[in-house]
Design a protein. Sequence first.
Length: 178
Amino acid sequence: MITKIVNILTILRVFLALIIFGLLMNKGGYLLALILFFLAGMSDYFDGYFARKYNATSQLGEILDPIADKILILFIFFALSVNLNSYLIAFMGSIIVAREIWVSALRDHNARNYKSDATKVTYLAKIKTAVQLFTITIYLFGLAFNMMLFIVLGDIFIIIASLITIYTGYIYTVNTFK
């Protein structure tokens, strides 16, 4: 039963990504987008917390959780790039997408060759995700409260997030082919 709840929380993030995307296309939806993004973050925290506390992990959950995180992040970066007419966000979002596709290919390659440890999630990769989520929070806060200084701050953080993203992809590549 608890495993189903954990998986429902994970799947909820995918639906929230779609809703937030729609809200960001509507200038009046910024505050609700920020609130739903916060709820998506809480769902990520609680699905992990419950899975560990009640030993309610599942193979499906292990696959869905990182995918749900990526869908949430990617949908919002793309929505922000359209909303803010930002080539920077579009380009950095594209780098993030490319890295995720590349690392997924590396993981598939490593699984087929019985060396999954080469692309096991690292602490730095968790920091990468946290910085991406923090960056989105900065952008959404700036839009929700019409504080454009936060948009500039978000631009700085998206560059940092992209550099960490590239570096973790590099580490996984080196580990795969060494």
